[in-house]
Design a protein around this ligand. Structure first.
Ligand code: FMN
Length: 158
């Protein structure tokens, strides 16, 4: 089986989660990081397309949304799996997941993953520190990548 992981990452957490995911997946796995202004990958050769990103102010990166829009037709005939990195948990994380990915994709997805997140508060700009303390009530570093969630997700992808 040939899989493609397409993701976006602002501060590197999603990238870290993708590296962990690669260790758990079987078969041939290619990885594509979506960056602003750069081209999108061709998904045609792949049996499985795994799409992920992280949440900022309630939203997934625009590059991820755009990738999904551009490949809407091709994605309908693919095995797809979806994941998110974010700090909020439980129903709030689920709500963010629902906003991040269109319902047709969520319904056809073979695995939906919430991988937790990391927020290195001490390294953020003052503006971002203000944002996260107001929006998320966080004022210290948080390291909570959910290894088990990544493992379970990878098992569903097999
Ligand atoms: C400015 C800012 C806003 C954020 N907003 C949210 C949010 O609305 N909900 C959430 O669950 N996490 C939020 N986060 C946490 C990120 O989703 C988390 O740090 C994630 O691990 C980042 O992944 P990345 O480094 O791959 O981009 C925010 C983080 C920052 C710095």
């Amino acid at each position: 089986m040939r899989s493609l992981i397409v993701y976006a990452s602002e501060h590197g957490t999603t990238e870290k989660a993708v590296r962990i995911l690669c260790r758990y997946l079987s078969g041939e796995v290619d990885v594509w990081c979506l960056k602003k202004g750069e081209p999108y990958p061709n998904i045609e050769p792949y049996d499985l397309v795994i799409i992920g990103g992280s949440i900022y102010a309630g939203l997934i990166q625009r590059q991820v949304t755009r990738f999904i829009e551009i490949h809407r037709k091709a994605l309908r005939n693919k095995r797809v799996a979806l994941f998110l990195c974010c700090i909020l948990e439980g129903s709030q994380a689920n709500h963010q997941f629902e906003r991040a990915f269109p319902s047709y994709l969520r319904n056809q997805s073979i695995a939906n993953g919430l991988f937790g997140g990391e927020l290195i508060y001490s390294q953020l700009s003052m503006l971002k520190q203000l944002m996260v303390s107001n929006m998320l009530g966080i004022n210290k570093d948080v390291l909570q990548i959910d290894l088990n969630a990544i493992y379970v997700f990878a098992e569903h992808c097999k």
